[in-house]
Design a protein around this ligand. Structure first.
Ligand SMILES: Cc1cc2nc3c(=O)[nH]c(=O)nc-3n(C[C@H](O)[C@H](O)[C@H](O)COP(=O)(O)OP(=O)(O)OC[C@H]3O[C@@H](n4cnc5c(N)ncnc54)[C@H](O)[C@@H]3O)c2cc1C
Length: 596
């Protein structure tokens, strides 16, 4: 079974649930009425399904190869596929038209990114990292830096990286040691080692633009003394071509990993590499967070993308594999056994996966649309709300959706039985590949802390209050809708639980910060469940409208059954999360280190 891009699912969310055409007066959306978007989705499905998906297994088997001349060879076919990616204009879909991008809404770009990541996660990380670097330069670069780098990064001729991690410094960036020495001509000499740098070296683009966090000599200790630098692999020439090699930056090795073998995870050595400050001195982290926030949404997307591909493989296997008989009598009487899809427990795994994927995808697209509104809506109140949502939802989407993505990939392996544990089926690769998404871009534990420690309280809790109000308003507006009632009631219930958990955190987290830390992951999951309950209510409303208008398409009835499964068999977890988070930190912190 090869991955089939879910164009219909994307179209349903963009047209029927989010109704993107209502934003047709905004820049980007004006060029993308739904008919155009649908054509883009079809073309994206063709490219990702036919070009990227067949390379997924190749990339896993071959991996990347480091050479002693500090070059890296990507798996067979990656280079050619990357050329097609650039020629198709996919690298500039959502980028600024001033520098050659197509300026389409971020939410449309997200649909492409999901397909690309499902088809081949390791490959899609090369343009993904480049887009993050593009965004940081776009936000913080000087005009000259933007003119030099952005057009090449949009066209895909040059890619980009983000260099934060050092051997002794992962989560705690305040420990960062890489140093930057001013040369008096506006440039700096950068020295230090960065590890686990995704796409740090490869053979697919003419140049690699490294964005590197370093400490300028004499800067304050901790996170307040960190600056961001552009360190190009080759120096750009005036005419836009690449010039001399920046000799001080080299990939000195690759990491052996459990997954994403097709993506080069590099040890980068900087020895007096020439770099250029981007943004203000000592405010590098702020700018890096532009990249990180975008990247965190992208990582949440990877959770859903791998889950989708794994679910498709599991569903196909479940229809094919014959074992046992249905508890209610044979369903395949002429065969030696029934397909395993007849067994309620196999269905439980598949429906759970389906409900999490479709709800999670809607939550991602809904948030990405707010990203577009934050960027271009003329009404300041809409922009403010959208910005608040982006801040609040980003850690939830990263943490919750990757936790659930992993669960779905694990269930997909379970549906395959022993075959899933072998390398003859793709389930193993999906499970191995998705696992990193729970770790990088800030571990999921750190996302949960960001949510309870920063995002909740930000601007006096304005974001979360607005979210509660929006849900209340939706419930009020749809109160009399009998068809929607079970979904509205479920939403009202989980929203009350989230409010309860939020109140508990306000009262107990401030008084003892360990209470906030102890509650954080359960709170993040409670938040994720509330987001999905809202999305399922929106999706059922859209499906009901189609059915009321005369549609007999099983797509819509399937949505309603999946939503019922969500409220019957997934949403009850909210109660457990609330109960757990309210137990506080006392027991967790009771044991001395020797007891572990
Ligand atoms: C394949 C791969 C690709 C990567 N790509 C990049 C890249 O392109 N660029 C880059 O800069 N980095 C990259 N990384 C690094 C990645 O972002 C880090 O691994 C991640 O941020 C975690 O840091 P760490 O591994 O040092 O874990 P640590 O920081 O040592 O954390 C270990 C554990 O302790 C927990 N922990 C740590 N501090 C706290 C705290 N304050 N509160 C609660 N829990 C805490 C963590 O949640 C985690 O469970 C990559 C890593 C891998 C494996």
């Amino acid at each position: 079974m090869t991955y089939q891009p879910p164009v219909r699912e994307h179209a349903f969310i963009l047209r029927d649930v989010l109704n993107i055409d209502q934003h047709g007066n905004l820049p980007g959306f004006a060029d993308a009425p739904f008919e155009t978007v649908e054509q883009i989705l079809e073309a994206a499905a063709q490219f990702t399904g036919e070009v990227l998906a067949p390379l997924n297994h190749v990339g896993d088997k071959q991996g990347c190869v480091w050479n002693s001349d500090f070059t890296v060879k990507t798996p067979d076919g990656f280079k050619e596929a990357y050329k097609q990616l650039c020629e198709g204009g996919w690298t500039g879909l959502g980028s600024d038209p001033t520098y050659g991008g197509q300026g389409l809404p971020h939410v449309v770009n997200l649909a492409f990114s999901e397909m690309s990541s499902s088809a081949n996660m390791a490959f899609s990380m090369y343009p993904g990292l480049a887009h993050g670097a593009y965004s940081a330069i776009h936000t913080g670069g000087t005009d000259a830096q933007k003119e030099t780098y952005l057009p090449k990064m949009i066209s895909g001729e040059w890619t980009g990286t983000m260099n934060l991690t050092e051997p002794h410094c992962g989560t705690d960036l305040g420990l960062l040691r890489t140093k930057a020495v001013p040369q008096g001509d506006g440039s700096y000499k950068i020295t230090g080692q960065k590890i686990w740098i995704s796409a740090g070296e490869h053979d697919m683009s003419d140049n690699i633009v490294h964005l590197v966090l370093a400490r300028i000599e004499g800067a304050p200790a901790g996170v307040k003394g960190i600056s961001l630098f552009i360190v190009p692999k080759f120096f750009p020439k005036e005419d836009g071509s690449v010039g001399a090699r920046n000799e001080g930056v080299k990939c000195v090795g690759l990491e052996e990993k459990m997954g994403i073998h097709g993506n080069a995870t590099c040890v980068m050595q900087y020895d007096d590499a020439v770099g250029y400050l981007i943004g203000e001195e000592n405010s590098g982290l702020k700018l890096m967070f532009v990249m990180m926030n975008e990247a965190r949404l992208g990582v949440g997307l990877q959770g859903i993308a791998q889950a989708e591909a794994a679910y498709q493989a599991a569903a196909a296997f479940a229809k094919d594999r014959l074992q046992g008989r249905s508890l209610t009598g044979p369903k395949n009487p002429d065969g030696p056994a029934d397909p395993i899809l007849v067994h309620p427990d196999v269905r439980r795994m598949l429906l759970q996966s389906k409900a999490l994927i479709e709800g999670g995808r809607a939550f991602l697209f809904w948030t990405a649309l707010h990203g577009d509104l934050a960027h271009s809506h003329p009404d300041e109140a809409v922009r403010t709300k959208a910005e608040d949502y982006m801040g609040l939802m980003t850690p939830v989407l990263k943490g919750y959706l990757t936790d659930k993505g992993f669960q779905v990939c694990s269930d997909a392996m379970q549906v395959h039985g022993g075959s899933g544990f072998t390398e003859h089926f793709p389930a193993s690769q999906y499970l191995r590949d998705v696992r990193i998404a729970l770790i990088y871009e800030g571990t999921n534990g750190v996302q949960a802390l960001d949510l309870v420690g920063r995002k909740l309280a930000s601007k006096g809790g304005r974001g979360v209050m607005t979210f509660f109000q929006e849900i209340d308003q939706f419930i009020g507006e749809n109160d009399g809708d009998a068809e929607l009632k079970p979904f509205i009631d479920a939403l009202a219930g989980v929203k009350a639980q989230l409010q309860d958990g939020t109140m508990w955190l306000m009262q107990n987290g401030l008084q003892n910060p360990d209470n906030a830390g102890a509650a954080s992951t359960d709170y993040m999951h409670l938040f994720g469940l509330t987001g999905l309950a809202y999305m399922w209510a929106l999706m059922v409303k859209a499906a009901n409208a189609k059915i009321a208008a005369g549609s007999t398409d099983p797509f819509f009835t399937t949505k309603i059954v999946t939503a019922k499964f969500f409220i019957e068999r997934i949403l009850p977890d909210a109660g457990a999360h609330l109960a757990k988070l309210k137990t506080g930190s006392a027991t967790l912190m009771a044991l001395p280190a020797e007891a572990f």
